[in-house]
Design a protein around this ligand. Sequence first.
Ligand code: FES
Length: 342
Amino acid sequence: MQIYYLPDQQLVESTEASTLLEAALAAGIPHTHVCGGNARCSTCRVVILAGAEFCSPRTAAEAALAQQLRFEPTVRLACQTAIAQDAKITLRRLSLDADDLELMLDQATGKVAPRFMGQEKNVAVLFADIRGFTTFSEALPPYDVIYVLNRYFQRMAEVINRYGGTINVYMGDGFMALFGVDHPDRAVERAIRAGVAMLEAVEALNPSLENLYHQRLRIGIGIHYGGAVIGTIGDPKSPKMTAIGDVVNLASRIEAANKKLGTQFLISQAAYDQAQAQVIEGQRFQVAVPGKSGEYALYEILGVQPTIAEDDWQRRSLLPTPPPMGMRQAIATFWNSLQKIF
Ligand code: FES
């Protein structure tokens, strides 16, 4: 067998080792194995970058730990993984120093939530931003700015969650949401339906803002679809999932293009290709995007076809059922009438 170890950049050839851990130790690679190879610590975990087909299935002990720590399929315990004698695989050790070791032990003992070490997935990336919020906020006391932002983000989060997405990053008055991380089914369509519902939610919010502040919110939305590496970052005690990749950068620039093109909602060609039958499109543009070479086709979204999606998603019990519309409208009406009184 041939095993190429990263980040050591060391090729190990062995005819005797029965597991990845044994092969590494025999070659002098400092492969961490706190529990001595008994599938009880997870510190020997590796990510298989190539040749996963040569690896043995998980043992029962590994399978239990993998479920507990939510391993991706490519993450294996080196002490439990045998490989075929004619195999060639490439892997990366994940515990390299004392900090890694501490983190893995904390995860194994449940002190901190397991991290996703990173996995490439096709996702729909939605960026949204409030147009002219600096001007809007300059006219208001800071407490009121916080109040408006909280109302806005609360409404947006409700909409994003309703369509099976998650808001992963907040940036001032903007945010990034991902669709398709856990459920790839119709990720782009759900993102677009969420975008349309966001515009409607902002319109529903605006009467109360006009009442209170004599101003309206207007937002811009951009969606792109493609492969990104999804992983968790930040403090291990409260890790945040995020996406890294060109799809994220381009989605952000598509959102920004709304300003120049005078639109509110734009999607990329890749997103359009995925959900063409479900959208009501407006103008098409062929534009240069800042920081990117060449021109990109962008599609303005005016609405969505009145079929499927929301009810279907709720029927599958993947999402919480939103309150009945009648109740929501009653609450909104009550809220608006209170504002008029006070
Ligand atoms: S050495 Fe502990 S799980 Fe492999």
